[in-house]
Each structure stands twice: as structure tokens, then as C-alpha cells.
Design a protein. Structure first.
Length: 295
């Protein structure tokens, strides 16, 4: 992943998303030959795309080198190395709230990422695009979902670890889906309870549900399925506007030939405000389009 460099002619600059944060979101027109579905997806969420180092109440894309993963000789040396470039590219973040838990967000007719990609399809673009979404489901009097989207414009290489994860069964996915985090900024209590540079197999620690569409895989992580995870989360949410955290998602390598590990994608959530969440109805809004066809 190319290092972040600041454009001296602009106050905003690109992070690992490849796009500079902007405060002005132009509505893409389907007929526009320059239409970029991923840019619309990145810029259109309720949680803003912000500067990687200075942004608050928003999200950014930390470089893969911020995370240390299992290296090519891990099983003999136990050494971890900076991850390097992600496997997929960022395609936006949604911060949502609802009366009940939100499942299969990408499969909803009103999902903005799916809508942006359908617009691209109508122009004959991004026909081979594939989306991986991670939906962290947060319990409470109002349910919240932090949904992180990543996309490939070209087919996932057949036989690769990510390909096997996408096309595998839930038992394989649960045994391999991992999160790594680093606390960039936060009170001591959060650092000690969440842990810094901590790694966790989410499919073993929490209940994960997988929704597979023709060109997407959504992983719904039910944080409320673990009393310990819920307690830790409530500590973090109690001072959420003081916390900046980097999270990376990957498929764990468990065989020599699967090394080195690579991130599917990562996200920095910077001093987020709960009130930034957009309200979403939980009634059945139906499915449509290629991103709404479930297997």
C-alpha cells in the first residue's frame, strides 16, 4: 500500500481508500460517463470519510502496514510482519440505528452501496465487482450497526484463501474470520479492556451469520451474543467520542501454503458520535437487483 502523502495544494489528502475526504458530496448521475460507484459509496454515508490523522466523528482507511500479521515463515519462526497492501479496496462505511437488529444490510433494496453498484451496472461498468461487508451489530435500547464495505473490481483469484472463505461453508468461515485492532487514541480503561494490537477469531468468540449474494458476502457479527464482548463494548461506547481505533479484517492462515496473511481490508473509526447514526426501518424492504439475490 502506498504511503499516505499530503497534497500541498489541498487541505485534504488521500488515505488508503484512494480518495481524498471531501465535505461536498456531488450526486452522481447515471448518464455521466465519469460515474465512479466506489467514490459515491465512500462519500455518501452518514459517518463522514475524514482525514486519516486529524479527522474526528468519521472514518478513514489505515494502511496495511499499521497491522502486524503472520509472515511467510510464521509456523517456524512465530514472526509477524506489517501486512502491506489490502486484498480489497474500501467501498464505504454505514453507521446505522434501528428498532431491531439489522441483518443482511447489503441485500436490502435501500442499501446505498448496492444502489451505487447497480447504477454502475446500468452503465456497463463494474460487472465483475464483488463486495465483502462486515456488519458489527451493537445491542442496546436502540440497535446500531457499523457496516464496513470492501470491494474487488476483478474476480477473486480461484483457489486463494479469500476465494475459499467466500465460497466455503460457515464452519470454515467461523474457524478463520479474524479481527485485529489497535487503539490509536483512548482512555486507559478502553486500552486495557479492549486490548491493543489484539487479535480475535470472531467466528469462535461471537455468533456470526453469513449472507451470500451473487456478488457479495456479508458477515453479520452479533456482539450481543457474548456477555463479555457486550460489557467491553459498553465501556468503549461510554467514552466513544474520545476513542480512535483501527480494525483490520482477515482470513486466518492455518497452513504453510496460506502464508503470509493479508488483510481483506481495514478501517479507522475516529471519535465517533452515536448521534451520527442514520435511522433505518427494520421492516422487510424487499430485495432487488444482482446484489439482492441470495444463495
Amino acid at each position: 500500500m502506498c504511503p499516505t502523502t499530503k497534497n500541498p495544494n489541498d487541505t485534504a489528502y488521500e488515505d488508503a481508500s484512494g480518495f481524498a475526504p471531501t465535505r461536498v458530496i456531488s450526486l452522481a448521475v447515471v448518464e455521466d460517463p465519469s460515474y465512479d460507484w466506489r467514490r459515491e459509496a465512500i462519500e455518501g454515508g452518514s459517518l463522514r470519510h475524514v482525514d486519516l490523522h486529524k479527522g474526528v466523528n468519521g472514518w478513514a482507511s489505515p494502511p496495511g502496514d499499521f497491522f502486524r500479521l503472520r509472515g511467510p515463515d510464521y509456523f517456524s519462526s512465530r514472526q509477524k510482519y506489517p501486512s502491506g497492501e489490502w486484498l480489497l479496496r474500501p467501498a464505504g462505511v454505514d453507521w446505522l440505528r434501528s428498532a431491531n437488529r439489522l441483518d443482511n444490510v447489503v441485500g436490502r433494496r435501500d442499501n446505498r452501496i448496492a444502489t451505487a453498484l447497480r447504477r454502475a451496472h446500468s452503465l456497463g461498468r463494474a460487472r465483475k465487482a464483488f463486495v465483502v461487508a462486515v456488519n458489527l451489530q451493537i445491542p442496546g435500547r436502540e440497535c446500531h450497526s457499523a457496516v464496513f464495505y470492501y470491494a474487488a473490481e476483478d474476480p477473486i483469484p480461484a483457489g486463494s484463501l479469500l476465494y475459499r472463505f467466500i465460497h466455503g461453508d460457515d464452519a470454515f468461515r467461523n474457524a478463520r474470520f479474524k479481527i485485529v485492532n489497535r487503539i490509536v487514541k483512548g482512555p486507559w480503561l478502553v486500552r486495557t479492556s479492549v486490548g491493543n494490537h489484539a487479535a480475535c477469531l470472531l467466528g469462535k468468540a461471537l455468533s456470526c451469520n453469513y449472507h451470500r449474494g451473487e456478488n457479495y458476502l456479508e458477515i453479520d457479527v452479533d456482539i450481543g451474543s457474548s456477555a463479555i464482548a457486550t460489557a467491553i463494548l459498553h465501556i468503549a461506547l461510554g467514552c466513544v467520542t474520545e476513542v480512535t481505533i483501527d480494525m483490520g479484517f482477515l482470513v486466518e492462515a492455518q497452513e504453510e501454503e496460506e502464508l503470509p496473511e493479508r488483510l481483506i481490508g481495514a478501517v479507522r473509526v475516529a471519535q465517533m458520535e452515536m448521534s451520527s447514526a442514520r435511522y433505518v426501518e427494520t421492516r422487510d424492504v424487499g430485495k432487488e437487483g444482482r446484489l439482492g439475490i441470495l444463495h
